[in-house]
Design a protein around this ligand. Structure first.
Ligand code: CTP
Ligand code: CA
Length: 222
């Protein structure tokens, strides 16, 4: 179905989305990042716009075009992403956390380019705050949707994550089949149980996820 004819499940709702990887500086020219093209998060943003939502998209470094109608905030590090999310979250109805956030940052990044030598180079890494868990733990949180990319034990790890972060809905996918690809196969995990969406292009998967999110959101806010 053409974008303009999608049902307006989220008319007037404010949806905040994180997408893409984050990038943690090592020195002036180097950094640590995660494998993520941002395609899934941007597809979710387009699907939410089609569904009538007002969309704020907090994006890590990607080469993707801004979905028409989205308010886009570009960030680099996980800490920047946390700050952008915290600044936007108070008026949010639904938070969809698609970003592949770096779990660690470099403790003492160098302002100058580090010169190579023949020795082992040791980087000290410290844990980043969990943006999604912070938002879900707020006194009056938005409806929170998490993503989990796993390389093994997909459903078990996914459900553990959903419970640990106190999420009404988590989208789980097998990393080997998702990263960088144009299609995807995901499982939706919620209090009703687990169900699989058939393999499809990311934009179609995104529409199904947004539709399901809207359904659960309206169930929670009856
Ligand atoms: N997430 C986040 N902030 C972080 C880490 C993760 O907001 N610092 C979010 C992701 O956007 C995703 C969910 O938490 O929606 C799960 O991310 P994932 O990396 O799969 O889980 P982690 O809790 O980081 O556990 P691990 O990487 O060890 O599997
Ligand atoms: Ca992680």
């Amino acid at each position: 179905v053409e974008a303009a004819f999608q049902p307006k499940y989220l008319k007037g709702k404010k949806v905040l989305i994180t997408a893409g990887p984050t990038f943690e500086r090592i020195d002036a020219v180097r950094g640590i990042t995660n494998s993520s093209s941002g395609k899934m998060g941007f597809a979710i943003a387009r699907a939410a716009l089609e569904a009538g939502a007002e969309v704020t998209l907090v994006a890590g470094p990607t080469s993707l075009k801004t979905p028409v109608g989205a308010r886009r905030l570009d960030v680099e590090s996980s800490k920047d992403m946390l700050a952008a999310v915290n600044a936007a979250v108070s008026k949010t109805d639904i938070f969809i956390s698609v970003a592949a956030v770096a779990d660690y940052y470099v403790l003492n990044p160098s302002e100058q380019k580090i010169k190579k030598d023949a020795h082992i180079l040791t980087l000290e890494l410290a844990p980043n705050p969990d943006i999604l868990a912070n938002v879900a733990g707020l006194a009056d949180p938005p409806f929170c949707v998490g993503f989990a990319a796993e390389s093994e034990n997909l459903l078990e790890y996914g459900e553990q994550k959903r419970r640990r972060k106190k999420l009404p809905l988590l989208v789980a996918n097998q990393v080997q089949s998702a990263i960088g690809a144009d299609d995807n196969e995901v499982f939706l995990l919620d209090d009703h149980g687990q169900h699989k969406l058939p393999r499809a292009p990311k934009q179609e998967i995104a529409r199904a996820i947004v539709q399901y999110t809207a359904k659960l959101y309206h169930e929670y806010h009856k």
